[in-house]
Design a protein around this ligand. Sequence first.
Ligand SMILES: [Zn+2]
Length: 395
Amino acid sequence: MRKNNSLKITLILLVSVLAGCAPRYLSQKPEPEVALIRIALGRGLSQAEVQGADTVYLSDREHSAAIVPGQSWKLLPAAGGLMIQTSQGQTLGPIRGFVRIYSKSSFFINQREFSGPAEVRRAADNGLLLVMETELEKYLLGVVSAEMGRGRQELEALKAQAVASRSYAFTKIGASPGAGYDIEAGVQHQVYDSSRDVPPLIRKAVEDTRGQVMTCDGKVIAANFHSTCGGRTALASEVWQALDERFPFLKSAKDDHCNISPRYYWQDTVTAREMLDKLFPGQSQAKIRKVEVLGRSNSGRVQALKISADCGDTVLYKDKIRFGLSASPVLSTRFELKVQSDKEGFVSSIILEGSGYGHGVGLCQWGAIGMAREGKSYKNILKHYYREVEIKAIY
Ligand SMILES: [Zn+2]
């Protein structure tokens, strides 16, 4: 970090001392034994407050500084980068690029505990981006906990999730070098629970499948998964603007096992007002004349939904239907539609009677749970939802 020499502050410059314990960062696909992954834990943050029970080190490309126990320093967005505010209110910076944060024991950023290195940089959009780096196997403990639930008891389903999540995550490592991280900690990629208290069965599922991924044509696959398919999983082309030839490992699998899901059947009502607010902002007084399904895929998912209003028409396609129709997402596009009209004949609301939850591509988590309860192995489960895959350990 650029040091402001006019400040008489207690900075410990430790560049040479730290060289031996500096964290390893990925600049290319890692060696399998040390697979590390960088997780975007927070973005748009107004500050990152750092403290630790042991000394916490901060470094950029040129300088290093240390936060002694009992002190708490803040990283703040600043013009052209970020700046550091010490416990005494003194400032350092601006710093361009990013600041790495690490300690020989765990430390805290915004009260979140870190046991491995972290990185804070100015986000491309706004505020600060907080990235955590950890070993892929440790990351999976938090993913399986969050994705399957900490209380889940079906070991083979947990193992199937671990292999699917490991495969997916592996394809993300190093794939977006400009982003500053590999993977999002939310539903865009995989949900991640950073709690260090991992349920024993989840730890066993990850350890029993250590290093195992699914490959197709010799390449690790980006194994998508979802909560509940509702009876049949979807091909990529049913959900995204995607060519199925690019996803030879996906299939539309019939699923008799996910009817145990609490979201196997569902009903939702979306009012005309909710649709207008989402689809025609600023036109809340407009009237909707018609809502119609224009097409359906082989697995029963709505492919195009047309909304005709007196202020214009619009068509939502595929997965955009889930996120584009109302403020709260529609659970799945596998639904039947009933239109309710007011006395003037305009649409007052639509009732969606649906099955399933999520995009429907790849592994169905509730189906996996159902198969595990019937005694199926994690390999049986994975081969039910993915085609032409090999399951093998890469380390
Ligand atoms: Zn299913």
